[in-house]
Design a protein around this ligand. Structure first.
Ligand SMILES: Cc1cc2nc3c(=O)[nH]c(=O)nc-3n(C[C@H](O)[C@H](O)[C@H](O)COP(=O)(O)OP(=O)(O)OC[C@H]3O[C@@H](n4cnc5c(N)ncnc54)[C@H](O)[C@@H]3O)c2cc1C
Length: 495
């Protein structure tokens, strides 16, 4: 993985930078000990590791602003970090960069039930937002599987999703306002507590910006009233095609379930062995479909969806009769990633999105690729959104297996684009999919996206090496031709 080359001038002034940073963030907030820096060397994409030059853990907006202003003046790169659970390497440090950890920003600042809004610092975990309002019967809808650990700042930066985003939208649909700090230290406020801010949708632009445009220091999220009733259906199918067909039938009938997840045989077996959720072991594909709302509506939809499932060829069907049973149905899905970790030394979690009706063809072609690469693949995914999470099983101790897994993963993502989908659903581009951006976007598209980056960070100091396959200097945008990640002028330095 080619990253921006470390700048000798920056490395040479490391000691002076540490002193200057300690003047801004006193006490233990500046880390320069090589052993302690190891704690930050990777995020959830553990195949790539690089300790930062220095880590800084500020606890006030003024400190964030002063740290960024200092780095801006000194020409030092900065990588923002929340909990470090990103699966695309977005929080991977740079050898000559400052890692800016937002973990100390962990307070819920205000709960405003009247506006159904909660103001939180970016280091608050996703689950803690719901925790803060649960007693009053409210919750925060986007629910990534990592919600116990990942932060709201990271969720905004990645536009994270989860099981319930099919009905309630991704992070971008559940954020009302932000405070952010630009690379030069300027503090900005975007949006507020109202649903429709005037002007350009800059909150939308920041959501999914992967730490490249600014550092988020406060987030105002929408909260929703807990539904009166929730029930889940566990539906087994003889093959993935009929399960995929069933998903299309349900959506086509005008029903948007609260969640609709699919697991294939490998994932079902691994999850059942791990948590004993009561999954059928004689099926090739399993759908977990959740309905929520008024009790009468939920009960009606359970019957209606049951009929659609049978028409699509379901061979087993159970509807939860109480809360404990509903939670048991979900327990296997929620534990699917660690469960797969028990049947393989390593796995590589992919994230691509396809039009729903392409599910059967994509699953068939992935099975053929699995044979060709000689690597097993377990599928666990948000079927309702067409957001795939193939888990490629490999053993990093076997020479060449990681590289084979990466090639296999890249081929899956190219397939997603080929059938009309996109490279990522919710895990971001980071370093993982950076070099595949040319598969999806033209040179013109990428240049225009980078002009947006230039408007926020003209020197390209914030999280460089992520998202864009080639980072032009802002002044030369449009002059270098790039196709499929390859430039016609290789002598012009990348990044
Ligand atoms: C087991 C597991 C399951 C997962 N399941 C899901 C899932 O269901 N859905 C899903 O969407 N994701 C999932 N993820 C991925 C990950 O949890 C999300 O991307 C999450 O939003 C990252 O949050 P974080 O706080 O860990 O951010 P980090 O990993 O620290 O950072 C992620 C990116 O955000 C930037 N960033 C972080 N904080 C800020 C800030 N305050 N200001 C500006 N930029 C910032 C970083 O620079 C980086 O580019 C999963 C990960 C794991 C390990």
């Amino acid at each position: 993985m080619l990253m921006p080359a470390p700048e000798e001038g920056t490395l040479a002034k490391r000691g002076a930078l540490v002193d200057a940073l300690r003047a801004i963030v006193p006490g233990e907030g500046v880390i320069d000990d090589p052993a302690a820096l190891r704690a930050f060397e990777s995020d959830g994409l553990t195949a790539y590791r690089q300790p930062p030059m220095i880590a800084v853990l500020p606890s006030t907006v003024e400190q964030v602003s002063a740290v960024l202003a200092l780095c801006h003046r000194e020409g030092v790169k900065v990588v923002p970090r929340g909990a470090g659970t990103s699966l695309s390497g977005g929080a991977l440090p740079l050898a000559d960069g400052v890692l800016l950890g937002l973990g100390k920003f962990n307070r819920v600042l205000e709960i405003d039930y009247g506006n159904r809004a909660v103001v939180v610092q970016p280091g608050v975990t996703n689950l803690a937002v719901t925790g803060a309002v649960a007693a009053e019967g409210f919750y925060y809808a986007p629910d990534p599987s990592s919600q116990i650990a990942c932060t709201i700042g990271g969720n905004v930066a990645e536009n994270s999703g989860g099981v319930h985003c099919l009905k309630y939208g991704l992070t971008t649909n559940n954020i009302l306002g932000l405070q952010m700090v630009l690379m030069d230290g300027t503090v900005l406020r975007l949006g507020g507590r109202h649903l429709d801010p005037g002007g350009y949708d800059l909150v939308g632009l920041m959501t999914g910006s992967e730490g490249l445009l600014g550092v988020i220091t406060e987030v105002t999220v929408r909260i929703l009233r807990r539904p009166e009733s929730q029930r889940a259906l566990l539906v087994g199918f003889p093959d993935s095609e009929s399960a995929g067909d069933c998903v299309a039938r349900i959506i086509g009938a005008g029903i948007i379930p609260a969640g609709m997840e699919m697991m294939d045989r490998y994932a079902i077996q691994a999850a059942e062995a791990f948590v004993e959720a009561g999954y059928p072991l004689d099926v090739e594909a399993l759908l977990i479909i959740e309905l929520d709302g008024p009790t009468v509506e939920v009960d009606y939809l359970v019957d209606r969806i049951g009929a659609l499932c049978r028409e699509a060829g379901a061979v087993s069907l159970r509807a939860s009769e109480n809360e404990a049973e509903r939670e048991r149905f979900w327990a296997g899905r929620k534990a699917a990633f660690p469960a797969v970790g028990r049947i393989s030394p390593d796995y590589y979690c992919m994230d691509g999105t396809i039009p729903r009706h392409k599910l059967p063809v994509v699953l068939t072609r992935m099975a053929a690729m699995s044979q060709r690469y000689g690597l097993r693949v377990a599928n666990v995914f948000h079927a309702g959104d067409g957001n795939l999470h193939p888990l490629i099983l490999y053993d990093a101790n076997q020479p060449g297996e990681l590289e084979r897994a990466e090639e296999f993963g890249a081929e899956i993502l190219k397939l997603c684009v080929e059938v009309g989908g996109v490279l990522t659903g919710e895990h971001g581009v980071g370093v993982e999919k950076r070099d595949l951006m040319g598969e999806m976007f033209t040179e013109i598209d990428l240049n225009q996206q980078q002009r947006v980056k230039c408007a926020f960070d003209p020197e390209g100091r914030l999280n460089p090496g992520k998202v864009f396959p080639v980072l032009h200097r802002c002044a030369e945008l449009g002059r270098v031709h790039v196709r499929k990640g390859e430039t016609r002028f290789p002598d012009i330095p990348r990044f």
